[in-house]
Each structure stands twice: as structure tokens, then as C-alpha cells.
Design a protein around this ligand. Structure first.
Ligand SMILES: Nc1ncnc2c1ncn2[C@@H]1O[C@H](COP(=O)(O)OP(=O)(O)OP(=O)(O)O)[C@@H](O)[C@H]1O
Ligand SMILES: [Mg+2]
Length: 262
């Protein structure tokens, strides 16, 4: 489904602050897989998702989604394929618009549907049904401005919006990291429910190893712009968060000894 072939991303090439954020990375994600990406700060996780989303283009290599070569397709032309949720709950929604207006925008994602009345009764019914899934009572507050909601509520709405037009690929970049533990757990549960019901191909970055173990069909660990561990479902079944943490420290120690000897 998603195929990343020997991709490299160098920022500021030839300058003093040159950084190789992704270093010859290859990864295949089959249809409907829920892949979790873990790895230390600066290991290239967000850069990888940005390359897949088209925020910027790779320096080398190829990226295909459903056999379409997207390597140099601009971000706005992939918008219909990709749903994204970021760490900051303020980013995914427009504070000055109501809940239903935000959904009307999500409904237009990836295609221009003319200037007719965006919010007809059919669309309102669909929005209401989705919001009811959250159990937060937001279906009765559809005209409330999103700016009045809590971070957890906004993040829940952002996820529903990201999948409102079923995306070919869902990208989540630490989407629970800014929430308190309870909200974070609820958003993770919501994510799992939506991903499994809609059978969405999903790539999720997290620093929460329990979330990684509970959710993913597969976990890849990144270090210095490459994949250093690739753990499939059968390897994960017997794993505890502690085992994953040990692997994580093991990788960190290796990195440190490499930089010391360099
Ligand atoms: N737009 C950019 N311009 C220059 N350097 C960048 C840019 N984006 C990322 N980098 C650098 O690329 C490397 C990888 O960054 P990236 O944000 O992908 O890491 P990450 O694994 O997502 O880290 P974190 O866990 O902190 O979010 C870092 O050294 C970072 O400083
Ligand atoms: Mg990041």
C-alpha cells in the first residue's frame, strides 16, 4: 500500500547546519495495517510522515501510495488521500468556527464541491451521528465555537474530521502527547475504534510505549533517520512495555557509543 523506497532527506544541504534527517530508509506498510513509530527525539519520525504527506520532497528515493508515485506530488494534491492529526489540539480545527462548520470544511477536503449551502440537513445528520460516538454530548452543541472546547474535545473532533472523508492513509504525529492522562487514554481508545472499524491504514508516532504496544499491529523503531527495529504482531504479543523500553535504551546506548567514537 505505502511503499517508501530508499528515501533520504537532507535539510540545508551544503550548509554548516546540514542535517540528514532520513537516511536511505525503506518501509512497506500493507493495506489496513496499524503501524506505530517510536524513537528518540530527532530520530526522523516527523520528517518521515512529512515526506509521505508531501509537506516537502525527499532528496532521494521514491514514495508510492497504492502504486501511485507521490514522490514529487505537491501536498495539496495528496490531501484527499491523507488524513492527519498533530500533537497540538489547536492545529486541527478552526477556533472561530462552530463544530459543524469545521466538519463542513473537512467534508470538502480533497475536492471542491461548489459554493452551495455547505451545511445541509443530510450533512448535519452525518456530523451528529459521528459526534454521538464520542459520548461527550457534543452532538447537542454543534453550533458552539470550537475555541470554547477543551484540548481533549478538540483533538477528538480533529480525529473525526480527519476520517470524515475516508482517507487512504491516516497519519498521527504524537496526537495524544499534549493531553492529560485521562484525555490521552480516551483519544487513544477512540483512535483504535475508528481505525479498526474503518480498517484504515495508519501510521502513528508516539513516545508512549504502552500505547504503541496496545495499538499497533507492528512497531518500528527509528534512530538517526533509519529503521533499527521492525517488530511484527507475533513478536509484540508476548512483549510488555518494559521489554520495549529495554530495546529503546539499548538503541540509545548504541547511538551514544557511535557518536562518542565519531
Ligand atoms: N524543517 C527542517 N529544517 C531543518 N532541519 C530539520 C527540519 N525538520 C527536522 N529537522 C531536523 O531533522 C532531524 C529529525 O527531526 P524530526 O522532527 O523528524 O525528529 P522526530 O523523530 O520527529 O523528533 P521528536 O521526537 O522530537 O518529535 C532533527 O535533527 C531535526 O532538527
Ligand atoms: Mg516529531
Amino acid at each position: 500500500m505505502i511503499s517508501v523506497e530508499r528515501v533520504t532527506k537532507v535539510f540545508n544541504p551544503g550548509e554548516v547546519n546540514e542535517v540528514t534527517a532520513i537516511d536511505g530508509l525503506s518501509l512497506d506498510v500493507p493495506e489496513s495495517q496499524f503501524l506505530t513509530i517510536i524513537g528518540g527525539n530527532g530520530s526522523g519520525k516527523s520528517t518521515l510522515l512529512n515526506l509521505i504527506a508531501g509537506t516537502y520532497f525527499p532528496t532521494g528515493g521514491r514514495i508510492t501510495v497504492s502504486n501511485q508515485d507521490l514522490t514529487r506530488v505537491p501536498e495539496y494534491r495528496r490531501a484527499g488521500l491523507i488524513g492527519r492529526v498533530f500533537q497540538d489540539p489547536l492545529m486541527g480545527t478552526s477556533a472561530g468556527l462552530s463544530i459543524e462548520e469545521n466538519f463542513a470544511l473537512a467534508d470538502r477536503r480533497g475536492g471542491f464541491r461548489g459554493l452551495g449551502p455547505a451545511l445541509d440537513s443530510r450533512l448535519r445528520t452525518r456530523i451528529r451521528e459521528r459526534l454521538a460516538l464520542l459520548g461527550l454530548g457534543l452532538e447537542d452543541r454543534m453550533r458552539a465555537k470550537v475555541g470554547l472546547l477543551s484540548g481533549g474535545q478538540r483533538q477528538a473532533i480533529t480525529i473525526l474530521m480527519a476520517v470524515f472523508q475516508r482517507p487512504t492513509l491516516l497519519l498521527l504525529d504524537e496526537h495524544t502527547a499534549a493531553l492529560d492522562p485521562r484525555a490521552s487514554r480516551k483519544i487513544m481508545e477512540l483512535t483504535r475504534t475508528i481505525v479498526s472499524e474503518e480498517k484504515l491504514t495508519t501510521m502513528m508516532i508516539t513516545h508512549n510505549l504502552s500505547h504503541a504496544l496496545e495499538s499497533g499491529d507492528r512497531i518500528v523503531m527509528m534512530s538517526r533517520g533509519t529503521i533499527v527495529r521492525d517488530l511484527e504482531k507475533n513478536a509484540l504479543e508476548s512483549m510488555k512495555a518494559k521489554d520495549l523500553l529495554d530495546l529503546f535504551w539499548d538503541t540509545q546506548r548504541r547511538e551514544e557509543s557511535v557518536s562518542e567514537s565519531a
